[in-house]
Design a protein around this ligand. Structure first.
Ligand SMILES: Cc1cc2nc3c(=O)[nH]c(=O)nc-3n(C[C@H](O)[C@H](O)[C@H](O)COP(=O)(O)OP(=O)(O)OC[C@H]3O[C@@H](n4cnc5c(N)ncnc54)[C@H](O)[C@@H]3O)c2cc1C
Length: 685
């Protein structure tokens, strides 16, 4: 009673101890989101107004080189790949029994799943990200093996009670989503995996339909529904703002990680002090903390077993990184986030008002009337996108988008901002808008994969998505038994000659050499070589997709396999058997043969009217086939045409029209039947 009276009189205070805040670590597993800008994880772990952020003391970003995609056997205690390498079953489908120990080789052709070029590009992205974190007082923990094994070990080291959760980007492809499923299952009880929807231009939850069930079978229907949301900039419009995390200032070059919340800035939370246990981690200051040492270890298996046509001439040894190819159409060496944002700036430009100033961020200001710096390339995008030579002809965002060093939303938002400033000039607007049109193709392939990838591996199946589509125009689809299966030991095998750039058709061989040499090939050429492989040589289209996977710096599972399916007539909109006429295409898009001469210098001495058809010359050309591997009767109409007369691509600019110029219809080898119609335009025709 006395106590109660004293307390009421305010003479006795009972101090209840405030609950002790446990130190908590936020783990973000970087996969194909190797950036700090537009990062939902950075935002939610740092936003002072969120409960979660208040519980988090440490931010722990992790990247793991996955042994299913890369041979890690030269790293300390790195596991050996499956040996002998996986053999596909008779029909080319992966053999289930052997899948338990996947090797980093492709399923059908047993190609490496990466090239030295692609590897170096990935390392630049990963180590570039680490350097960005380090500059900000943080770090990136790098490991190798399998995330679903390493992350639980890490949590054990930190203590389950001290981990706020694990975050990662949501992926749409089988391998990546399986890894995430396994990771989810392997986490200890209290720790949950959360997925960020940060991959696509349009967040899937904003779509006016359920992408897993209702993504339309035809791109135009998809685009119209999405554009129906409105093309202006805003949360409920098609273009949603990127998350305000690290901002980039063109004048300062990318420097550090600070999360902007309204006008407030928050510095990066500290990296936890961890005593790493077990194998598979790269310790700070250890040998493989160096990017060069990591390259040496990962590139060795590739150099020890080069593919038939070899690697690029700029790939020397495991002790030095590949040089930047002087003729590359890529804008710069470097796959890092800094390179990505530099390219975005170079191509699209920016509003000087959005430049970051210390302590403020005026993103909320309506900047519609202010000036815009740069953007000349974006303003001619549609006119020039069918170019073949030089860096300026298209955005070259794809490589950055593939590794997530550039966020599609950051790119789309910036393009949207430019679109608001360009005024009423329909031509300029059309050029700028077309970048969004193409970025939507990327989203489209992600969402179609989500819709049709239910049965195992249908993205990779010989009969493609078309087999599961209702309106599949079955009679026009190729018969899976008709596809040619290569004999790699035969130097005359059509698949081998295609891979080696030795078909004897210069407009096909030049891009195949460019791909091997630089890791890039223009969209125009991708369509031509894909059509040639599948419609003229009738080679199993998956071999083409796997060859691209090995070499393309911008390899993206959905875009690559989706486009290959489309070209092979087994994917979306399977009605059209699209076949390109490479001779007409050469006249249209390589009018002065600049491109062909660049990659096949041995043809340089030939007269202009036969350089694209060297078999019409009496001259024996050194190091080049004297006859094309096939000759389609449709080509003859375009023999001896004077280059330039029919050009659609003047000076690697051209009209960039999507009229499908130079395509003809027809299912089987060498039986083109007329031009392909306007109504069925495909990706980038
Ligand atoms: C057989 C074949 C395979 C392909 N493989 C890939 C691949 O692995 N990765 C990849 O990103 N693209 C792929 N593409 C699509 C396209 O060729 C490339 O995106 C483009 O050439 C990359 O250069 P860019 O960034 O300068 O493109 P831009 O012309 O500047 O286009 C801007 C962006 O739009 C997107 N985009 C443009 N065209 C397409 C398309 N047809 N499909 C999907 N997205 C598109 C890309 O993200 C690109 O970066 C493939 C196309 C074909 C025909």
């Amino acid at each position: 009673m006395l106590l109660l009276l004293l307390r009421r009189a305010g003479l006795l205070r009972i101090h209840r101890q405030a609950p002790q805040r446990t130190m908590s670590t936020f783990i973000h597993l970087h996969t194909l989101d190797l950036r700090v800008h537009d990062s939902p994880s950075l935002f939610i772990s740092h936003d002072p107004s969120s409960n979660l952020s208040n519980q988090v003391n440490h931010f722990l970003p992790v990247y793991i080189f996955d042994e299913r995609a890369l041979d890690v056997s030269h790293l300390p205690e790195g596991s050996k790949p499956f040996s002998p390498r996986i053999r596909p079953s008779e029909d080319g489908r992966p053999n289930g029994a052997q899948q338990t120990r996947a090797a980093p080789t492709s399923r059908v052709a047993q190609f490496h799943r990466t090239s030295p070029h692609r590897l170096w590009n990935l390392l630049e992205a990963v180590y570039g990200l680490r350097d960005t974190y380090r500059r900000s007082g943080g770090d990136l923990l790098i490991g190798y093996g399998r995330p679903e094994i390493l992350i639980p070990q890490l949590i054990k080291t930190l203590g389950e009670d001290h981990v706020a959760g694990v975050w990662a980007q949501k992926e749409y492809t089988l391998e990546e989503s399986n890894m995430l499923k396994n990771l989810r299952k392997s986490l200890p009880g209290k720790v949950k995996l959360q997925l960020n929807d940060s991959k696509t231009l349009i967040p899937s939850k904003h779509l006016p339909f359920d992408p897993a069930k209702q993504t339309p079978d035809v791109y135009t229907a998809f685009r119209k529904r999405v554009e129906g949301m409105g093309l202006t900039l805003g949360d409920n419009e098609m273009l949603v703002p990127p998350v305000l995390t690290a901002r980039w200032s063109p004048s300062k070059i990318f420097n550090d990680v600070r999360v902007s919340v309204g006008k407030k800035r928050v510095n990066l939370k500290s990296f936890p002090d961890i005593k790493l246990e077990g194998k598979g981690w790269i310790r700070s200051g250890s040998e493989y903390d160096s990017m060069q040492a990591m390259y040496s270890a990962l590139v060795k298996p590739l150099l020890d077993h080069p593919p038939l046509a070899g690697w690029s001439s700029v790939v020397k040894s495991s002790d030095e990184p590949p040089d930047f190819h002087p003729e590359s159409a890529l804008p710069s060496e470097g796959g890092s986030e800094a390179s990505a944002l530099t390219r975005l700036e170079d191509y699209v430009g920016h509003d000087p008002k959005s430049e970051e100033k210390d302590g403020e961020n005026d993103n909320d200001t309506d900047r519609r009337d202010s000036v815009w710096l740069g953007g000349a390339k974006a303003k001619t995008y549609k006119d020039t996108r069918n170019g073949l030579v030089g860096e300026a002809f298209s955005t070259k965002f794809a490589g950055f988008l593939a590794l997530g060093t550039l966020s599609a939303r950051e790119a789309g938002w910036r393009v949207g901002e430019l679109l608001q400033r360009v005024g009423k000039d329909a031509k300029v607007r059309g050029n700028v808008y077309w970048i969004l049109f193409e970025l939507l193709w990327r989203d489209y392939f992600q969402f179609t994969t989500l819709r049709y990838n239910h049965k195992p591996s249908s993205l990779f199946d010989i009969d493609g998505f078309a087999a599961s589509m209702q309106d599949s125009h079955e009679h026009e689809r190729p018969d899976p038994n008709d596809w040619h299966k290569p004999n790699w030991d035969d130097p005359n095998d059509p698949a081998r000659r295609w891979c080696e750039g030795k078909t004897g058709v210069p407009f096909i061989d030049a891009p195949m050499i460019e791909l091997r040499e630089t890791g890039y090939m223009s969209n125009r050429s991708r369509q031509n070589v894909a059509s040639f492989l599948t419609k003229d040589l009738y080679v199993d289209w998956r071999i083409g997709a796997e060859f691209f996977e090995m070499h393309l710096i911008d390899y993206d599972t959905c875009s690559n396999w989706g486009n290959w399916q489309y070209q092979a007539g087994v994917g979306n909109d399977p009605r059209a058997s699209r076949q390109f006429n490479p001779i007409k295409q050469a006249h249209d898009y390589d009018a002065d043969s600049e491109y062909v001469k660049l990659w096949l210098p041995q043809l340089e001495g030939l007269p202009d009217d036969i350089i694209q058809t060297p078999w019409l010359s009496n001259k024996q050309i050194k190091d080049y086939p004297s006859k094309p591997i096939v000759e389609n009767p449709q080509w003859k109409k375009f023999y001896h045409k004077t280059p330039g007369k029919h050009s659609k691509n003047k000076g690697n600019g051209g009209n960039g029209g999507r009229g499908g110029g130079g395509t003809y219809r027809g299912r089987s080898r060498g039986t083109g039947t007329g031009r392909y119609g306007e109504a069925h335009r495909g990706p980038n025709q």
